[in-house]
Design a protein around this ligand. Structure first.
Ligand code: RBF
Length: 176
């Protein structure tokens, strides 16, 4: 496929994923700043159909457009960006010859670890209180907040990877 065709398809996938991002809802009512949405499935499909750089192009399109049309929350959109970037980077460079569903679980767990660290940096800025004070404010202990962040990312990325994988299998002949 030509570069122009590949990049325009990637841009369209990014734009379509904005629509899916509107479906966002919190998985854990006590930590409602963590919102699940299925939009990452199209970024993951972009990775499988094309390559890492093209998927990043779809991701940038998605988060910039979503920031302007819906959220206006730069920190929230950036956290989604970092989480998806981490996931597709792990998948793109993880060459071990193992079952791909195991790769998705390992990738999602890796995102969980990275996002715990990111939340430890960002929560004090976003909520203007320390990480442990924020945990208390949500009615959690520090450890339960850490487990909540890991669980959220596991759920989000395992679901989105399975859906992205299915979409890729149904569409790859069309795009090749
Ligand atoms: N999105 C993730 O995929 N994983 C995260 O760990 C995560 N942490 C977030 C932490 C904060 C403080 C905020 C504001 C957002 C976070 N997000 C995370 C993004 C969130 O779920 C949602 O996609 C965005 O806020 C866009 O509405």
């Amino acid at each position: 496929m030509s570069r122009v065709k590949r990049l325009s398809t990637a841009g369209i996938l990014g734009a379509l994923s904005v629509l899916l991002m509107f479906l966002e809802f919190p998985i854990f009512p006590f930590a409602s700043f963590l919102k699940f949405d299925p939009s990452a499935l199209l970024i993951i499909a972009s990775l499988f159909l094309f390559d890492w750089k093209t998927a990043i192009f779809s991701l940038i399109t998605k988060d910039i457009v979503f920031y302007f049309v819906k959220s206006g929350d730069l920190i929230g959109v950036s956290m989604d960006f970092v989480a998806i970037l981490t996931f597709i980077t792990i998948l793109a460079f993880f060459k071990a010859n193992i079952n791909r569903y195991i790769k998705y679980v390992i990738g999602a767990f890796g995102v969980g670890i990275v996002m715990v660290l990111m939340n430890m940096i960002i929560i004090p800025i976003y909520f203007k209180m320390s990480f442990s004070e924020a945990a208390q404010y949500f009615g959690l202990s520090t450890w339960t907040l850490i487990i909540t962040i890991i669980s959220f990312n596991l759920i989000k990325f395992i679901i989105d990877a399975i859906l992205g994988d299915l979409l890729y299998k149904r569409t790859k002949n069309f795009f090749s």
